[in-house]
Design a protein around this ligand. Structure first.
Ligand SMILES: Cc1cc2nc3c(=O)[nH]c(=O)nc-3n(C[C@H](O)[C@H](O)[C@H](O)COP(=O)(O)O)c2cc1C
Length: 121
């Protein structure tokens, strides 16, 4: 089993990351990948829609996005850990999710995502 943790907090040893790592450690023998959005510093989605019309490989930020896409595709379980900022996910996580929005719309659904498990911390 492969787990990918998405850490959204700027505090790498903060509450949400600690809970996510503890949770992942309960799955004995699982391979654990970690995406740390603090380190990734993903630029804002530019809204060019190239991902929708051509594919994610054509994203202006593809150098950052494609390796993260692969970690998501590899995972059987995604653990997304975010601090709550004003009743929502934090901004870093929203920027990350914006870059994958095409997977969840009718344009280019990524079928493998429908078979994955998701935990949100
Ligand atoms: C700008 C900001 C907004 C926050 N808004 C909320 C909130 O709406 N509700 C809440 O329960 N906690 C809120 N908090 C508290 C954080 O969610 C809390 O400290 C969290 O544990 C931080 O997670 P981290 O340690 O993983 O970074 C806020 C903190 C900050 C800095």
């Amino acid at each position: 089993m492969t787990i990918t943790i998405v850490h959204a907090s700027q505090r790498s040893k903060g509450t949400s990351s600690t809970i996510a790592r503890n949770l992942a450690s309960k799955f004995e023998g699982a391979k654990i990948n970690e995406i740390n959005l603090q380190k990734e510093q993903i630029p804002y989605c530019e809204g060019c829609l190239r991902c929708v019309t051509k594919g994610m490989e054509f994203c202006p930020h593809q150098e950052k996005i494609l390796p993260l896409r692969d970690l998501r595709l590899e995972a059987d379980l995604l653990i997304v850990a975010t601090p709550v900022y004003i009743l929502h996910m934090n901004g870093q996580l929203k920027i990350f999710i914006d870059h994958f929005s095409l997977w969840f719309m009718m344009h280019r659904p990524e079928n493998s995502m429908f078979n994955k498990q998701l935990m949100v911390v």
